[in-house]
Design a binder for this molecule. Sequence first.
Ligand SMILES: C[S@@+](CC[C@H](N)C(=O)[O-])C[C@H]1O[C@@H](n2cnc3c(N)ncnc32)[C@H](O)[C@@H]1O
Length: 289
Amino acid sequence: MARRDASAISPTAYYTSAVWLHHGLSHPAFAHLNSHLYYYGLKGPQMAFKLLGGPTLDDFLLARHQIIDHELDAAIRDEGITQVIEIAAGLSPRGWRFAERFRDSLTYIEADLPGMAERKRKLLKHGGIDSDHHHVLDIDAFASDGASLEAIARTLDPARGLVIITEGLVNYFDTDTVAGLWTRIAAVLKRFSKGIYLSDLHVQSVNQGMSVQAFMGALSTFVRGRVHLHFSGETQACEQLLASGFDWAQLLTPSDYRQILPDCNRSGADLVRVVKARCGALPSAHAPS
Ligand SMILES: C[S@@+](CC[C@H](N)C(=O)[O-])C[C@H]1O[C@@H](n2cnc3c(N)ncnc32)[C@H](O)[C@@H]1O
């Protein structure tokens, strides 16, 4: 199976890091010159899309990021899960924020391709915001040996539960590649007392219309490859998650979070969905009565 050059989607990691920073979600240590270059470089085209009634990247990036934060916080506080692996973390500040919030009661592992992981380790160290319970490791999300998810998960305690996150990864890869990744994530989570997977996902049904198509075309040009909309809608995406081995799956809609997460009110927020999938028994609040 052909795998795209990962360096092509690295610019998006710089762009998103600037978004998190400009919206007060990050730390000045995460400010990289490239981040500002991409952020201000895309401001003009984004304004043009907005004037034509189209979405902006920031609308759905902020929605997805904050819903993942919210669901991760709930998994830790309400379900007592105390281990996280965030795959393709890029320059996201989430690992730092959660490590600050939960201190040594949480083990947070971020992982990315070696070049990006090394950049992140340096940035955390130079900024003086690294800590013993927050680790940045090398990974290839699609490898099942070497620097793999399975190898990282083997170092964790099955009794403490595990949340696995992918943010800004799956829509850059084709359906077979994503289904393979989901199958491996589900297999890893099954070994833990509680297992939750969180990810952003764009589906076809909410990404239609000329302005959205033009926008997806522009994004594909930026990342030098196709942005894949694998599934017709939420039902098909959930079917694939269940077929991949999860016991329960739901796609969360940003507008349902409007009351608690103000960024979910943005006009383009609903262009994205957040996958929440589980392995193992449902907590009682979700169980059918
Ligand atoms: C769009 S960025 C998202 C970064 C971060 N999650 C965020 O939302 O700010 C995509 C990230 O995926 C990483 N990536 C690409 N291919 C990968 C792979 N095979 N394994 C792990 N990470 C990968 C890139 O290095 C980059 O950091």
